[in-house]
Design a protein around this ligand. Structure first.
Ligand SMILES: *Cc1c(COP(=O)(O)O)cnc(C)c1O
Length: 400
């Protein structure tokens, strides 16, 4: 029987130390390893090629994603680039029109230099998927749920269509983590992670990983990672493995709180729409229940305009205004001026990112403190419309 995720994260490397019986694994920072004797190399010779600490993290990630092997890289972007290194010169990559900004920039830049061809398409729509796949891509890139509108792509359906034209499928699983979605079990060939986010979970390491379904792909990727030197640092791998041990409890609490916040926002008169697949009314709800093991800790919501979004951001005390996600601290982000600022106005409105949209990443603070923080921030909108009334109300509430 396969171990469950909690058991994988809590047992990798535990009590494996043969030197002193250390219960938690030591860090092997050494750049190089001695030969036992002339012509007798040991398991490791040089840390760019292989490192015991990094291998423990890779082993954990491969097991969590149910892959044949994993390569741990220095960042999420180097993991994305590592998968793209398999694409033959001039071949076509199909990617979501609303993919992660860094991925969009990398694909765009590689295409500009004629190293690959790229076609951006709305992969949540079966018709545009068919049209894009008719061009016979080498690789289809999937990101689900999307950032920041939490739109879902049907991984099984994309895989079935990709198989019919012999295309490989890579899924960026950063938003959900392997705890809540296992794309390789849905037929994908590769999973990519920015381990910076949920996997490390403490916002103190930048890192990435690629997990391959097939051993031959894992070997090809490992060899290429060694060639180009994108493998991650041992200390980062050790910290990430330390963070990973608690991921199952972290994501389940974050999801529980996210659902409470989504329900609160959904009922709020100043909120136009909430994007969270955990809400029964969300267009992605049924598919999320089918292909995910949970709804995750990310959501976004829309208020009237940029001024309203700014007023909320300025009033929030528990949420920090910052990019990134997946840490223990709750964050608020204004996609139009932050994560998605590099898009043109037309491109932003084409994928539905308005000036009044705010994205939340839910941390591990008390649910009540987070809901309360949003409630007081949203109440400022009424204060701005009716400043005198609101001040009177405040005075009554505080008894002054
Ligand atoms: C952050 C992120 C990346 C890039 O990862 P880095 O670790 O910042 O290089 C890629 N994809 C998604 C979905 C991300 O959120």
């Amino acid at each position: 029987m396969r171990a469950r995720d909690e058991t994988i994260t809590c047992s990798i490397g535990i009590d494996d130390d043969r030197a002193f019986g250390a219960v938690t694994p030591p860090i092997y920072l050494s750049a190089n390893y001695s030969f036992a004797a002339f012509r007798e190399p040991r398991a490791y010779d040089y840390t760019r090629s292989g490192n015991p600490t990094r291998d423990q993290l890779a082993d954990a990630l491969a097991k969590l994603e149910r892959g044949a092997g994993a390569i741990v890289t220095a960042s999420g972007m180097s993991a994305v680039h590592l998968v793209l290194s398999l694409v033959p010169c001039g071949a076509l990559v199909v990617a979501p029109h609303d993919c992660y900004g860094g991925t969009w920039r990398l694909l765009h830049s590689l295409a500009e230099r004629k190293l690959i061809e790229v076609a951006f398409a709305d992969l949540t729509n079966p018709e545009t998927v068919s049209r894009a796949l008719a061009r016979r891509p080498f690789l289809v890139w999937v990101e689900t749920p999307s950032n920041p509108l939490m739109r879902l792509t049907d991984i099984r359906q994309v895989v079935a269509r990709a198989e019919s034209v012999n295309a490989l499928v890579a899924v960026d699983n950063t938003f959900l983590s392997p705890i809540l979605q296992k794309p390789l079990l849905l037929g994908a060939d590769f999973v990519v992670h920015s381990t910076t986010k949920y996997l490390n979970g403490h916002s103190d390491v930048v890192g990435g990983a690629v997990i391959a379904a097939k051993r031959e792909h894992a070997e090809q990727l490992a060899s290429w990672a060694n060639c180009t030197g994108v493998t991650g640092a041992p200390f980062d791998a050790w910290l990430t493995l330390r963070g990973l041990r608690t991921i199952t409890v972290r994501v389940s609490r974050q999801e529980q709180t996210a659902l409470a916040i989504a329900r609160f926002l959904d009922r709020h008169p100043r909120v136009r729409i909430v994007h969270y697949p955990g809400l029964e009314s969300d267009p992605g709800h049924a598919l999320a229940k089918q292909q995910q093991y949970g709804f995750g800790g990310m959501l976004s919501f829309e208020v009237e305009d940029e001024a309203a979004a700014e007023a909320i951001v300025n009033a929030l005390k528990v949420f920090t205004l910052a990019e990134s996600l997946g840490g223990v601290e709750s964050l608020v982000c204004h996609p139009a001026t932050m994560t998605h600022a590099c898009l043109t106005d037309e491109a932003r409105s084409a994928c539905g990112i308005t000036q009044g949209l705010l994205r939340l990443t839910i941390g591990l603070e008390a649910e009540w403190d987070l809901v309360g923080d949003l409630a007081q921030a949203l109440s400022r909108l009424d204060e701005e419309q009716h400043p005198i009334l609101a001040r009177k109300f405040d005075a009554r509430a505080t008894g002054t």
